[in-house]
Design a protein around this ligand. Structure first.
Ligand SMILES: [Zn+2]
Ligand SMILES: [Zn+2]
Length: 552
């Protein structure tokens, strides 16, 4: 069970406790623990299982004993008890955006709505708009949230999908009849959202693997005719194990990786080869990295050669990180030290700006205080630099969140929209472009505001935004948080063609969050991103010069 799954279970417990009428003080303890776990740097349950004491603020003895139970059997008594008393459909509804415990209680207890389906039906029949505290707007929002949920059922974020693939690979490695196994399909192609986790497995005894998987508590079915095992996880997620022998390994790898068109181009050349590289060479093609294998167009594109794509080790520093000055979990110094450990030359610190009061945004006074702290820290940290940045809210009219004399004091600014999401495409695009035109905006943050599998974000005209960035010398980030991956990789072709610089932004709120960078690199590679086009492949000095250029 990943940290995020533990986080979700604790959040769910908190919601269920609230539905159950538990006292607010106890409920808060679960929320606090959930937050602490989200920022936990290691693999929490592995540490618990290994008997390590978890010394994290927010985790008291009660939660610690829940964690022990979770590590042992995947659940804990308090949660089991709540689940027996609250209908499963209500538990499922509790995860819907915009449906808090208060409203949920009304729907459940007063109107006997106990499933997402029933909720959708009630909305369709306009049964909610008359309920006190609901109204037409809420009804429409709940309907959309339920709809979205049903469409996203069983899908995984990139990090969860890769983690699951790694878990399966590790497990397969312990099985005596397995010669080798490797990720394939959408995981190997590094898609931001994965429908099914696929692995290729070399073994002579697939049927016995299904038994072993069942024995380990997973629902697995061996399909002899398709020579594969289907694994079904609890929430509708799926995994497939495809079986092969040594002779057909490359052919099966090519086929299962996709795209269909790339596979068709290669399959005539796979006989007798030991590696994909050989097959590509025989087909007269350069080796196409798995991330690039989308559609048929890639076969055309690679004829002009494939540039050296970006790698995590190319990043010279990190841009977009939060500290305890706003809503981050660590001090600036701790974040800086973690950057040094990762071999970075700089930390582009970007706490929230004053309008983001909910996230501890910095007023003018606090900006000055933070800069003093950064100066002191930089004097101590030889060969490393904390850059004075801010993630400035883009106000509804497109202005940045400070007067000019304050904006001038930052070395760079990421401009992001965090509120007022109800905009049509023209409004949203105009709001962003006005921010891009501001001489103090260095980078556009998470341009669409989407949260993958949870929120669609506002519609924008990507072409117009990119064109404005070109005209104004402004970079765009790939927000590397696996929930965002925004700007979407599909727009990189256009952006890079126009010469826009791309920042790989972990949007780190903790030390672990710094490593989101790898997901940004993964989807960046899908869009053919090179080190030359990546802003944080510049050295600190080059980068500061780059930022200054726009200000003129
Ligand atoms: Zn943001
Ligand atoms: Zn941020």
């Amino acid at each position: 069970m990943t940290n995020r799954e533990v986080y979700r279970l604790l959040r769910q417990t908190s919601t269920l406790l609230e539905l159950d009428g538990e006292n607010p003080f106890k409920i808060k303890a679960y929320d606090k623990a959930a937050d602490a776990i989200r920022n936990y740097p290691g693999h929490l349950l592995e540490d618990v299982a290994a008997g390590q004491a978890i010394k994290v603020e927010g985790i008291g003895p009660a939660i610690a004993s829940h964690l022990k139970e979770l590590a042992e059997r995947g659940s804990f008594a308090r949660l089991d008890d709540l689940r027996t008393r609250i209908p499963e459909g209500v538990v499922e509804m509790s995860g819907l955006r915009g449906l808090g415990p208060k409203k949920l209680n009304i729907l459940w207890r007063d109107y006997a709505i106990t499933s997402v389906d029933a909720l959708m039906e009630a909305c369709e029949r306009d049964k909610l708009s008359g309920i006190k505290g609901f109204g037409h707007k809420t009804q429409a929002a709940l309907y959309n949230a339920a709809m979205y949920r049903q469409q996203q059922q069983g899908l995984l974020h990139i990090d969860e999908a890769h983690e699951r693939a790694e878990e399966l690979t590790a497990w397969l490695g312990t099985q005596p009849n397995v010669k080798r196994s490797a990720a394939t399909g959408q995981v190997r192609r590094c898609l931001p959202v994965v429908e099914v986790v696929e692995l290729l497995v070399e073994t002579g005894e697939p049927a016995s693997l299904a038994e072993a998987l069942n024995a380990s508590g997973l629902e697995a079915y061996y399909q002899a005719d398709r020579n594969r095992i289907d694994i079904a996880y609890g929430k509708g997620e799926r995994a497939l194990l495809h079986f092969t022998d040594a002779d057909t390994w490359v052919a099966r790898m090519v086929e299962t990786t996709g795209s269909e068109e790339v596979a068709q181009a290669l399959l005539p050349y796979v006989k007798g080869v030991q590696t994909e590289d050989e097959a590509f060479a025989k087909a007269g093609l350069p080796t196409i990295p798995a991330e690039l294998r989308e559609g048929a167009e890639v076969l055309e594109h690679v004829k002009a050669g494939i540039p050296r794509l970006l790698e995590v080790t190319d990043l010279k520093g990190t841009l977009h990180a939060h500290s305890t000055w706003s809503d981050g979990a660590e001090t600036i110094q701790k974040m800086a030290e973690a950057c040094i450990e990762r071999g970075y030359e700089y930390l582009g610190l970007t706490d929230h700006s004053q309008t983001a009061a909910y996230a501890g945004g910095l007023n003018t006074q606090r900006v000055a205080e933070q800069h003093t702290e950064i100066d002191t820290l930089n004097a101590k940290l030889k060969g490393f630099r904390v850059l004075k940045g801010i993630e400035s809210d883009i106000l509804p009219n497109g202005d940045l969140d400070y007067p000019t004399e304050v904006l001038q004091q930052f070395e760079f600014i990421i401009a992001s929209i965090h509120s007022g999401f109800r905009m049509d495409e023209a409004q949203a695009t105009q709001r962003l472009i006005r921010a891009v035109e501001n001489p103090y905006t260095s980078i556009v943050g998470h341009p669409t505001g989407r949260l993958l599998l949870s929120r669609e974000g506002y519609p924008i005209d990507h072409r117009k935004l990119i064109d404005a960035c070109v005209a104004n010398g402004t970079a765009i980030e790939i927000n590397a948080n696996p929930y965002r991956l925004d700007i979407d990789w599909k727009w990189l072709d256009y952006a890079l063609g126009k010469g826009v610089s791309i920042a790989i932004s972990p949007d780190a709120h903790s030390i672990g969050g710094l490593d989101h960078a790898k997901w940004g690199v993964a989807v960046g590679r899908k869009g053919w991103l090179t080190p030359e086009a990546t802003l944080n492949c510049l050295s600190a000095e080059e980068l500061l010069a780059w930022f200054k250029r726009k200000r003129g």
